[in-house]
Design a protein. Sequence first.
Length: 385
Amino acid sequence: MTLLQDIEKARSGELISVPIGHKKLGKYIFMAKNMYHLVGGAGGSGKSSWIDYLYVIMIYDWYIKQGQFEGIKLKIILRSLERSKKLRIAKWVCMYIYREYSILMDVPYLMGWGLKKSKVTDEVFALVREAYDWVEKMSDTVELIGGVDNPTGIYLQARNYAESVGAYYRYIQSDGKEVFTKRRDGKVVKAHPKECPSSTKYQPIYVPDDESLITIHINDHLQAMATEKGYGDKQKFDKMSEYTRILRDLYGMSMVVVNQMNRAISDTMRRVKTELLPEDSDFSGSSNMYNDCDMAGILFNPYKYGLTTMKDYRLNHCIDDKDINRFRSYHLLKNTYGPDNLIFAYQFIGEVGMFRELPAPSEIDNAMYHRIANPRHKEKLTNHV
């Protein structure tokens, strides 16, 4: 589809992008074809929960309620390289129950870890079954792939999917001649140039079966990738970013890549010399990912690094009586198609992996801080919390 065709679709009111569910952040970033989002965070910041909630659950909710009636078709592929499929689904079950019934329980409670006998009541288990049915319905749109793989394995899986819902046209050398070919479902056959006249010997072309399909492909997270034969760590990360560019630029996918922060942000001298806020150099592994992406942001737990305020938010007031910190900030460092260097504040309900946007600090009184630190839940069913 050409640029003019995209503009004409937008002029006619047709949607060609997927909104980000958070209202403030959603003013600046979105998901569409040919996009590459890079998301970072230190261990324990909640970055996998951020990915699940922002890029899977909220987008799926929007699609079911509105997107599928607006002419968009959606596929979300989540490569869970670190966390098992079962435990990721368990977190989604807890999230559903909290959202629908205000019952706050975490995965260890749900699974009975560390307990001689499960304390999940019959009433709560009925809700678990309801939540599990919801997750099962999601599988029509959301494909969750568990297990570790290397960059080439991840790329080939994504490419094979793309070529199951479209065709890849290119010229190849055969017996000293240029032969026009089509690759689909792993098979390469001769094709007539009229099938894809825009493809030249210098420019292979991917043609989707359905232009309305938006595929969001998520890799969480890169530090958990398997070793690529003959590659060091930096080469491995560079290769994955190269593959990500191909999936974005050639196959039109919406790519989301999750990366750990390096340890520089916790350096003592940095705390003394500069304001302790995430920077682009905090992404670990390779600078190529930051340079290649369209959007880059870091999820940050400022309280962990000794900060007591963040953009006038009083972090000490976001701690509950069990010393659980409910505040997170998201730092939009790069945004190719809009403003960057922006900070967004969130309440983080880690037990269920939910993020709620916070109002401006001037609008938060002591009572609201108490609610931020103590998420609402029904004590009668979860007196263990």
